[in-house]
Write a protein that binds this ligand. Structure first.
Ligand code: CS2
Ligand code: MN
Length: 357
């Protein structure tokens, strides 16, 4: 596995590259041009500017999270082919700089959804939290809450420009059934696969978070069966997964270690996050330690190790600890602790296997 860390870019993150350099074993930065709107082309000079910053610290830039997909592609809107063309140009440009994996999602309207960004945990830290009873039919209250509580940080998938048109977006999606959304995803991927093969880029879809329909919007990548459908419908090694243990793990019925074992050769990018479930359907993000949550972190790491996983891995969200002021879920300290937990488990498994010392 190749350890990575998500970084939002110069002037857009409370964490610096110099900070990240001191976390043992991190060799890759998971990056993006966060100022880009879905559908815009990422130009060579913009990518080169990030490369220069990462080069200074000796970091690779193999993984982008995310090149977001325009709503016209998701809804088969009138400009979908144009936006697919733009996406292809972006992929070609990224490949010139050594990008190997592009993480993306196909969630309608919203990216991940939480009702509380700074929920207090018993130990005095705070974490992202989902309170089931707060998810009503009308999403505007929650969108308003998210947009006004990010402590000044942008949140990918929650672009105020897009969400200013929430009503129109919902109106457009009201005509898209789950089956049509699947078809639109396949259409997108089939158009991309020849270019991906040519450029050596894997399209790694991120599961829907939470993994069930919300606000009447269909959600696709939610469990083992839906992953199987995706991978068989477009059976190409470049049609790959970002396996996020936290997103899928919000549903207690998802057996993540089993899913990792089953699809290991199609996982290009692993997100490791732990989640604690409550009987009433609420869930909280927690530390990466196995015993602090329910997703089976140790069994997940073991599944990757047994599968000989040599893709990219990163800690997903962390808690907010030690009074850190940071973007929700994306502070330095708890994610660094998560990395050391994963490093420790991995090295021990290497040792037990009699492999690398
Ligand atoms: C991320 C997602 O913060 C997160 O949970 O894992 O927001 C992810 O970046 C996107 O869904 C990928 O497109
Ligand atoms: Mn994730």
């Amino acid at each position: 596995m190749k350890m990575s860390f998500r970084w939002y870019g110069e002037g857009n993150d409370s964490v610096s590259l110099a900070d990240i350099k001191q976390i043992p074993n991190v060799t890759e930065i998971v990056w993006a041009l966060h100022s880009k709107q879905p559908g815009e082309i990422w130009e060579n000079d913009e990518i080169a500017a990030v490369k220069a910053q990462l080069d200074e610290y000796g970091f690779g830039m193999s993984v982008v999270e995310s090149v977001n997909v325009h709503d016209d592609i998701k809804t088969a809107g009138k400009n979908r082919d144009l936006y697919i063309e733009n996406y292809i140009k972006t992929l070609r440009n990224l490949s010139k700089f050594g990008v190997k994996v592009v993480c993306y999602n196909f969630m309608p309207v919203f990216d991940w959804t939480r009702t509380d960004l700074f929920h207090p945990l018993p130990d005095g830290s705070t974490a992202l939290y989902y309170e089931k009873s707060k998810i009503k039919q009308d999403p505007s209250e929650m969108a308003e809450y998210i947009l006004t509580n990010t402590k000044g940080y942008t949140m990918p998938g929650w672009e105020s420009e897009r969400l200013a048109h929430l009503k129109e977006l919902f109106e457009v999606y009201s005509h898209v059934s789950k089956e049509q959304l699947w078809e639109n995803l396949f259409y997108f991927l089939r158009a991309l696969m020849p270019v991906c093969n040519e450029c050596g880029i894997k399209m790694a879809i991120h599961p829907d978070d939470p993994p069930w329909d919300i606000f009447g919007l269909p959600r696709l990548i939610i469990d083992e069966a839906s992953i199987e459908r995706l991978l068989t419908a477009v059976d190409d090694p470049c049609n790959a997964l970002t396996l996020c243990s936290g997103s899928l793990g919000a549903n207690p019925d998802n057996d993540i270690p089993h899913i990792v074992r089953r699809f290991c050769d199609r996982i290009a990018f692993a997100h490791i996050r732990n989640v604690k479930h409550y009987d009433n359907g609420d869930f909280s993000e927690v530390s990466h330690r196995d015993a602090d949550g329910d997703v089976g972190i140790i069994d997940i790491i073991r599944a990757y190790h047994d599968g000989g996983f040599d893709g990219y891995i990163r800690p997903d969200h962390g808690r907010h600890i030690w009074n850190e002021k940071c973007r929700p879920g994306y502070g330095l300290y708890d994610r660094a602790l998560g990395i050391m937990y994963i490093n420790g488990a991995w090295e021990m498994l290497d040792r037990l296997d009699g492999g690398k010392k």
